[in-house]
Structure formats: C-alpha cells, structure tokens
Design a protein around this ligand. Structure first.
Ligand code: M6R
Length: 367
C-alpha cells in the first residue's frame, strides 16, 4: 500500500501534484476567469458584514492559516487573526456575528479545534471548516465546509494536507475577493493562471531537487539544532519547515522572522550552525540577503531556498535549492516542498521511525 515507497510520508510528498489537481478540479469557471465554490453559501452582503476573520487550528493546519492571513489581508482587505485552537478556546476571544471563523483540520477530529468551533458558534459567529475527512466531526458541526480532497494521509507528519489547505485558501481568498470586488478581473485571471501551474511546478521541484537534498541530508543528520529564517510568507513556511524537522528527525529546530534575529537569536549563531534561509519573496529579498550575510558572518552553514541563485550571496551558500517562479503570493506551496524532503531524508538518515514519530498521534482527539 506504500506503492513502492519506503514510507507513507515519501509517498504522500510525491502525491502532492495529483492531490493539488484534485483540489482545484471543478472549482474554476470555464475560461478560468472565476473561482467557483459551490459548496459555500456566502452572499456578497454577508461578506461585507464581516469586520474580522479568525482562523483557528493546531499544528500544521495552524501554519496554513498563517499563510492565509497574508493572502486574505492583501487581496480581500479584511483583518485576519490566526489563533492556536487550544489558546483561542480558553481566551474569551473577540468573536461575534460580525466575525467569520475558519477552522482548519485535516482529520476533522482534533479536540481543541472542535472545542474552538463550538466556542465560536456559541458567540454567534458563522464557522467554515476546511477539512480532509468527509463526514468527520468538525465538518459536520460547522456551518459550511470546504474539503481539501488530499486523499487519505497516513503519515503522522502532514505534507499533502498542508499543501492542499494552502490551495484551498488560495481559492477561498480569490473567491472572497470576487465577492467583495477588491481585485480586478485581470488580477483574478492572472492568479488563476499561476495557480493552475502549481501542480506541475511541485512535480518539477521534487524531480529537480530530491537527489541533491538526499545528498546533503547526511550533513544535517549530525546536527542537534537548526534555524529556519524567512520574511513575509516565507516566515510562515519556515515555521512549518521547522515543525516537520522536529517532528520526525527529533532535531531541535526553530523558525524566526529574519528581521527578529538581531533581537536575540543571533546570539546562538556560530560556526557550523545550520540555517535554512527562505528567500522567495521578491518584495523583501534584499532584506533577506542582508540577514543571510549576518549569519554567514558568524560562519553559519546556510542552505537557501531561492527563486534563482544568480545573486552573488546565493552563490556563496553551502547549498541552494531553486524553486520555479510563480506569483509572489502563491510561492508557499512550492517553498515548503524542499523543506518536507529535507525533513524526510534527514529523519531517514538518523534512523527515525518516519511515519510514526515517538509520542505523537495522527489524530489528536484528546486535549
Ligand atoms: O487533523 P488536524 O489538521 O486538526 O491536526 C492538527 C495537528 O495535530 C497536525 O497538523 C500536526 O501538527 C501534524 N502532525 C504536523 O505534521
């Protein structure tokens, strides 16, 4: 059932182009000029009533929400709060009938996320669930559901579900922007065109980078600490990359917004410390270049995830992985792929139980 792969996680990483295609399928108009989410019952005047959106989830699903915040705020211009379900539920959150709450859960059974959903509904909010498992508790109790159609995810470490949560958030963002008319028809067409290329681009990254990542994974297997840095959307993805590495390879990994390094973390950077620098956001790439120089000056070992390694600074890195160019807002789906592969191959090098990491369960139905 692993279809020839050594682990479910690797199989699921390789399934990502197909699972993205499934999530997009049937959700674009003929002519690719509109996003269609027939499952949603949201009228334009209802959307205009919302003063704030809350995205609530745990773990990797929470990380998908951090990406969504950038997208929705940028294109729909509604303030978005992203909260960890176990914090939200005990926090007297500012939620009422002018708040749209989106809960995200692959399994649809996570106890804290379910409790957050009920808390939000009790306070009068409408709740949309984004989930993978049809008929699970969270989609059943939510007011509206969007399924991510990733197919069964067996490995405890989430990969294809994360990517499909992102694509669903891209679709939902464009859909909300259509309703609120916050972006032009031209812009919608441009985004949809780029979105349709993502499955092939993910396949291309796997093909182009996996053998190289596998090769340098043996260096990483020796480390006990690693730092992930990025700005803007890359910071959100860096958090997911660090979680993946921790979860399956047991290497302590931290993610920082690169501009925060100077405010404390830089003290930990010394010779040989591994830093994975995500630099795929053109709007802040110059800032990232100076952050990379900062850690290089302390002799860190730097792996860059970049759009093109043409810049001299990128050429000087210990390893670079190039990802194909897409719309800046859509890069996260591509950026995460090398991080998933890195975590996987490092864990294998370290002899870890990749699909069943210690102390963890696939579905966390108790708090
Ligand atoms: O099923 P859910 O999406 O609600 O699960 C949430 C987290 O438990 C889950 O994403 C966890 O963080 C993953 N094991 C990370 O790979």
């Amino acid at each position: 059932e692993k279809a020839g792969y050594d682990h479910f996680m690797l199989k699921e990483i390789h399934e990502q182009p197909e699972s993205l295609r499934r999530a997009i399928s049937g959700r674009l108009s003929n002519g690719n000029s509109q996003v269609i989410l027939d499952e949603l019952n949201l009228a334009a005047d209802e959307i205009n009533n919302y003063e704030r959106i809350y995205i609530v989830a745990c773990g990797t699903a929470y990380h998908s929400g951090l990406v969504a915040k950038y997208l929705i705020e940028d294109l729909v211009r509604i303030p978005v709060e992203v909260d960890i379900a176990s914090e939200f539920r005990y926090r007297n959150p500012l939620v009422n009938d002018k708040t749209l709450v989106i809960v995200v859960s692959q399994s649809g059974e996570t106890a804290d996320t379910l409790a957050a959903l009920r808390e939000a509904q009790d306070r009068g909010a409408k709740v949309i669930a984004i989930s993978n498992v049809v008929g699970s508790t969270i989609p059943r109790e939510a007011d509206e559901v969007i399924y991510i159609h990733a197919g069964p995810e067996i490995a405890v470490a989430s990969t294809k579900a994360y990517i499909n949560m992102l694509i669903v958030f891209y679709l939902l963002t464009i859909y909300l922007a259509q309703l609120k008319e916050t972006i032009s028809e031209e812009e919608i067409k441009r985004l949809i065109k780029a979105l349709k290329q993502l499955p092939n681009q993910v396949a291309q990254i796997i093909k182009d980078s996996e053998s190289e990542i596998k090769r340098f994974a043996s260096d990483y297997a020796e480390y006990e600490n690693a730092f992930f840095i990025g700005r803007s959307l890359d910071y959100a993805v860096a958090l997911e990359g660090a979680l993946k590495l921790k979860e399956i390879s047991y290497i302590h990994a931290e993610s920082y917004a690169a501009g925060e390094l100077k405010h404390g973390t830089l003290a930990l950077i010394e010779e040989g410390v591994p830093v994975i620098a995500l630099a795929t956001q053109n709007s802040v790439v110059d800032k990232m270049l100076s952050n990379i120089k900062e850690v290089q000056a302390r002799e860190a070992s730097v792996t860059g995830i970049v759009l093109s390694d043409e810049d001299e600074v990128f050429k000087s890195l210990d390893h670079t992985i190039e990802i194909p160019t897409t719309e800046e807002l859509l890069t996260s789906i591509l950026t995460v792929v090398p991080l998933q592969l890195l975590a996987y191959h490092v864990a294998v090098e370290r002899g870890c139980d990749v699909d069943q990491p210690r102390n963890l369960a696939k579905s966390v139905t108790v708090e």
